[in-house]
Design a protein around this ligand. Structure first.
Ligand code: S3P
Length: 199
């Protein structure tokens, strides 16, 4: 059983879900999927939930309702997701890059007392990963902007991400390496998934 010692959970109560946070390109969704598979847990991508609730892609929500509209949808989807965790807690959750930054959503996460893990990497590597995902997978990120704007936003946000329960370095590592390191660091037993895997 994981007992979280970070600032998000000072009560030492058992924590079962894992929330991944970090900047665009940090690998929250891909690492989250790999981690959930290893643990035999469910996986939730908050942006996907937002898209399903709204019937639109993230970039369409930004286009039609602006960032403020997107943040309202994000907050509502997060509230719904956190409420569901009370009855089915074994989940790995990937948040979009702004969810931990915007006050009302950050407050929801804090009050849920679920440990948060910051997936960290340098701005250049993150930019490169986003650029590659855009070229190879067509992933459209409304806040990607220019390399300079990207770095500026990264620098503004990083101090907030550092308030997570723990920081996981991802620079130069594969998704599988990061998932394996997280399992060790969070002392999560590997469950029904990936039987026979020694990591
Ligand atoms: C955002 C990041 C995106 C998505 C939205 C806003 C942000 O998710 O939620 O475009 O504010 O950084 P990723 O971090 O998965 O790219």
């Amino acid at each position: 059983m994981l007992r979280c010692q970070g600032p998000a959970n000072r009560t030492n109560s058992p924590a079962q879900a894992v929330i991944l946070i970090g900047f665009m390109g940090a690998g929250k969704s891909s690492v989250g999927r790999a981690l959930a598979e290893r643990l035999g847990w469910g996986f939730e991508d908050l942006d996907e939930r937002i898209e399903q609730r709204e019937g639109k892609k993230v970039f369409e929500i930004f286009r039609d309702s602006g960032e403020a509209g997107f943040r309202r949808s994000e907050h509502a989807a997060l509230k719904e997701l956190l409420a569901e965790l009370r009855t089915s807690p074994e989940k790995v959750i990937a948040l979009g890059g702004g969810a931990f930054i915007h006050e009302s959503s950050a407050a929801l996460i804090k009050s849920a007392k679920i440990p948060t893990t910051f997936l960290d990497a340098g701005a250049e590597e993150l930019w490169e990963r986003c650029r590659r995902q855009s070229a190879e997978q067509g992933i459209e990120r409304p806040l990607l902007g220019s390399p300079e704007g990207f770095r500026k936003l990264y620098e503004q946000r990083r101090p907030h991400y550092l308030k997570a329960s723990r920081r996981q370095e991802t620079g130069g590592k594969t998704v599988e390496q990061i998932a394996a390191e997280l399992i060790r660091a969070l002392r999560l037993g590997e469950g029904r998934g990936r039987q026979g895997d020694n990591e």
